[in-house]
Design a protein around this ligand. Structure first.
Ligand code: SF4
Ligand code: SF4
Length: 391
């Protein structure tokens, strides 16, 4: 297993993964995550951000127009419930599990270790078990210190705390969880937030169960959602997709319409390789996400190594959003936004032949024709129409 060169912070697979680290690289401190800053940084925290977080209690949810009525917030908040229960169970100790701390293990590591003679077969087995528990995608990559938060956050006072994992963690299992297409089509709305909440609740169960399986085999396994490290570069390294202008990983099966979780483990596993699909070339001629962003938080032009504010990692050349503007819009709506996911031409149902043909065109030198064919797609579906749909 090769490690990044400690003098340059680069790895031989970086180019294939579409990762370019510069001399200015610094590991990200979770305290600077925009959601965490909303609790301690007066430049981010406002009455609106307080109302945004409060709206996850139904009595504090605002009632407004279509998509922001009581039933919309009711569904969204119900979708988050399992994740909420998990993330609040260790609040007394300053651990917000799944977000600002890894998920605590509810299972001991078995005393007897199942021998692994063939890491490749074990990788296949893990992918099968991941699917069994409900993951839509699974890729495996090496542990990479660059993507680990330099520090995590103690949520009692938002101070920095050590972000340590047990000795010997060498592999990361990355899981993808597809979001409901019909709900994503209604972004921006509180109703659409149910697509996000449902996947957080699902992924919490899936990473806990898969980690428990590995621990029952006698190996260390730490279940993780947004906590502990950055999921996106791990997903790229695990070959699940390619990085795009909207700051998401475009996957062949679901485009940008999914969330990622991960498990850190010392179980011997074979690694997947990153894949160049042709997404970066398509994003170079497409600006649909940047055009559609209501607060112009997404960049135009090529990937850059600058960073808009402290909520972006330093020293990585990539398309980077202005997280302060983006979250400001979320706060004003009292719900999450993913317009940039909705309008992306890769957000399509590739179980249908015509969409598979479009994808092939988009990832070929005929990408301009594919972009032209996509015109008019990605319009918002009215939340009221979603509620009208018959089962
Ligand atoms: S989530 Fe919404 S506000 Fe944020 S970058 Fe995407 S479109 Fe813009
Ligand atoms: S909308 Fe266009 S530019 Fe934005 S991520 Fe999708 S393909 Fe790339």
């Amino acid at each position: 297993m090769t490690r990044p060169d400690p003098t340059t912070n680069t790895h031989p697979d970086d180019a294939l993964a579409g990762i370019e680290v510069t001399a200015a690289f610094e590991r990200f401190r979770q305290r600077n995550d925009i959601f965490t800053r909303a609790f301690w940084d007066s430049r981010v925290r406002t009455e609106k951000t307080d109302r945004f977080f409060a709206s996850y209690r139904i009595e504090a949810a605002p009632r407004r127009s279509d998509g922001f009525q009581q039933r919309d917030f009711a569904l969204r908040n119900a979708a988050w419930l399992v994740s909420d229960i998990l993330s609040s169970r260790s609040a007394d100790e300053g651990l917000r599990e799944g977000f600002q701390a890894p998920i605590r293990s509810d299972t001991e590591v078995a005393r007897d270790q199942v021998p692994v003679d063939d890491p490749s077969r074990m990788s296949d087995e893990i992918k099968r078990i991941a699917r069994f528990f409900g993951a839509d995608l699974c890729g495996i990559t090496r542990f990479d210190e660059r993507w680990q938060y330099a520090t995590r956050v103690d949520t009692r006072d938002m101070s920095e705390a050590p972000n340590d994992l047990p000795e010997g963690i060498c592999n990361v299992i990355v899981l993808g969880h597809q979001m409901d297409a019909a709900l994503v089509a209604t972004y921006p709305s509180a109703l659409a937030g149910a697509a996000t909440g449902r996947e957080y609740s699902h992924e919490a169960a899936i990473v806990m169960q898969l980690a428990a399986y590995i621990r029952n085999l006698g190996y260390e396994a730490i279940a993780s959602m947004n906590d502990t490290g950055l999921a996106i570069p791990y997903a790229l390294q695990a070959g699940l997709g390619e990085y795009a202008r909207n700051q998401m990983v475009i996957t062949p099966a679901f485009g940008p319409r999914l969330r990622f979780s991960k498990i850190y483990t010392n179980l011997p596993l074979h690694h997947d390789r990153p894949r160049k699909l042709g997404v970066a070339e398509f994003c170079a001629i497409c600006t649909k996400c940047a055009d559609a962003c209501p607060v112009k938080a997404l960049p135009y032009g090529p990937p850059m190594a600058d960073h808009k504010n402290v909520s972006a990692i330093r020293g990585v050349r990539k398309w980077t959003s202005d997280a302060e503007r983006c979250f400001g819009f979320w706060a004003s709506m009292a719900s999450d936004c993913a317009i940039c996911m909705r309008v992306c031409p890769f957000n399509r149902d590739v179980t249908r032949l015509r969409h598979r043909l479009w994808r092939r065109l988009a990832l070929s030198p005929l990408r301009k024709l594919a972009l032209w064919l996509d015109r008019g797609r990605g319009q918002r579906v009215k939340p009221a129409d979603w509620w009208q749909e018959q089962p």
